[in-house]
Design a protein around this ligand. Sequence first.
Ligand code: BGC
Length: 883
Amino acid sequence: MTPKTPTAMKGLTKKVQLALTLTAAATSLISVSTNVVASSVNASSQSQASSQTHALSVLSISEQRRLQHRLSNVEAEIERLLPQLTLEEKVSLVHAGGKFHIPAIERLNIHEMWMSDGPHGVRYEIDRNSWAPAGWTNDYSTYLPPLTAVAASWDPHMASLHGNVLGAEARHRNKDLILGPGVNLARLPLYGRNFEYMGEDPFLAAALVVPTIKAIQANDVGATAKHYALNTQELNRTGVNAIPDERTLREVYLPAFEAAVKLANVHAIMGAYNEFRGTNANQSKHLIKTILKGEWGYEGVLLTDWNVDINTYDAAMNGLDIEMGTDVASYDEYFLAKPLLEMIKAGKVPEAELDDKVRRILRVQLSIGMMDKQRLSGERNTQAHRDDARTIATNGVVLLKNDNRVLPLDSNKVTNILVLGPNADKRHGFGGGSSEVKALYEISPLDGLKAKFEQAGSKVKIEHMRPASSQFMPIPNDYLTTRHWTGTPSWQINYFTDTKMEQLSSESWIADPQFDSKGKAQIIEIKANIKPMETGNHTLKIKGSGTVSLTINDNRLVSSTQVTDAKVLSQDIKLTADETYAFSLTYQGDETVTLGWETPNNLYNTEKEYLAAAKNADAVVYFGGLSHADDRESIDRPDMKLPGQQDEIIAKLLTANPNTVVFMIGGSAVEMPWADDANAVLWGWYGGMEAGHAYADILFGDENPSGKMPITLPKKLADTAPIALNDYNEKESRYSEGVFIGYRWFEQQNITPQFPFGHGLSYSDFTYSDIQLSTDNIKADDTITVTATITNSSNIAGAEVTQLYLHDLNASVPRPAKELKGFNKVWLNAGESKQVSFNLTTRDLSFWDVKSNDWLAETGEFEVMIGASVADIKLRKKFTYTQ
Ligand code: BGC
């Protein structure tokens, strides 16, 4: 097996290198705290610096002059334009003039400023004034692996590739701001949006958000870091009050935003839906005026998330710049529209506050070249972008377990492969909520495996099966045409307060026609449209305890019938393939009800069939995990279990064939009760449009896995901090674990997770040796350099992510036993050794001191730990710090 040279060695295009160089040169980044990511990106920042020098040398002088000229004129242009705007025109700029744009002022050559989701691909075009799709046929784009995969690569270069594709495609679609990247932290595994973000660690997210933003903005598009701040659950997402203590806020939930502002000069930040200390985050004085625009010196815009609960005065006075998505009848009714105009006219809000917002909007518009005829025009769906999507997907795959070296599969010996699992042929791009992408195409895992062995003469045979559970199964959502707004095939569920089904108490969505009344007598209706795949007799089955009715296309098939758990109710009906039928099940009872069916030609293989095939196969690959029925905006998962009957099926497969590879796909942790029995486990996130190719390359050793977990995989939900501390509810999040988020909590509580943060194996073996410190005593404002040697002791080339954790041994406040403060991904040929190097500065040693309201490094002893994961420390050394 000879894995290819790592794609991390590939360069960015010259154009992007130029723009990166000039943006950095012409922008005065706030110099404080540049060490937020400095140590982590040590090696790559050196290569970036040299590529920038190179870029300058290969670009024409006139190109350089043009960009420099644009940026150096921004402030003068703002001051030229501002006095020419009427009060009404200025107000028109600070709120939406459509679903995704703010208005133009044509007489001054100020254009409409267009925004688009989202973090892993430019979203399809949405109607100018409503949420309906605009119906375009040329709005396909590259579906990139979501940011969890970038985080799992632990590679700033992957972040740059990601940002560059996003920026170039946004420009090509004539967008001005892309609504990403998302950098909220994965505090709670149930959170529906973890998949959009960069993992659980503040340092890792800060380190990777910087190259992402720089690469987006190098394409003359503004990036939008979101959601500021503390958006860590979807449960009552617009009402829950986040009340972390100040130290937790500063050390855990803000560093990624701080880095976005100070180190990447991000043009836009989107506020969070949730409240912060009793007021909506979009109008929080502390978050915006004091920290973002005060301490950090942010000069870009703060825009709201779509439809937030704010009020005109607080929003205007506390630094909100643009209001988007408010659910009112006309744009004039936005909080920052007529109500703001009236407040200014009445002298209640000073016009200077409005001027500050308009200056910021113009600054963004001018910086990204909205008035520059020579603005970059972007490109979309290019082969290079597809290659980048594949590279990122490959680099994000994490090899969690590889006992007996089951992997990589050897295509000379493993010629009969059984592929199963709900994600084998699932496509994920069009789902998850606002981050959905209308992908040009999407290679499923099954497609990827087939493509690898399609060539004539290949000995490898791929057999695909859908395993049926031994349990009673709800109608699989493969047949659904009804979708929740997040794009997920779903059933709508209505709750009633009266038996006549007249008074509706609420409505919601569920993935399967299965409902648990949880001991309360509930009256519900579950509705969806179903498209059968075969014509013929379908036997509908209802299992549960209570009273049920079932209608199809308004024809009543079952009428107020009592069912008991002991006896499944069956009803035959003839259905026609490809016709759509409106199903409606009503239920009154206090237990579980499930609607299942038997179809003429069952999509699913019986247990007997699939286990016999598994026993017979040389290897079994089970693609399981989550989908966007679980990982999606607006809804958290109910538990951390694998959906459906996956645990049962995986356990049976592992018994049937020890060469079973469990390949998990998903953006959040799941329980894996079978993990100890599995020889080979991989985690592939959602892999974007090239997922299947990337996964097949890893499985067969054409690529060597090099990802590491950016989240902890707990054994069970109860082990996680928010659940253990009873801090997950609709009302308030106290963040009671303080700075002990993720792995820091597991270490503090001495809980062993299933797989720890930072864990990831390779087909190569690496050894760590020779830790050296540049000094064993550093003083305030000094830097200490930590070096170590990493050797590839195997005969396979591969990459290792070396991680640096720090422990403050004499802290006066509780500090984690390990805090990630550096990482370094190195590619090593067989037998090769390289030295890795990390710089630690005073900020790395510091905690947020609530007494002085500042960062504080305390005199005392520190331990540096270098390892392959938080739980696999290979080298240690101590040093002292003196103030
Ligand atoms: C999401 C944002 C998104 C916006 C616009 C909101 O529901 O929270 O992340 O950018 O919609 O689609």
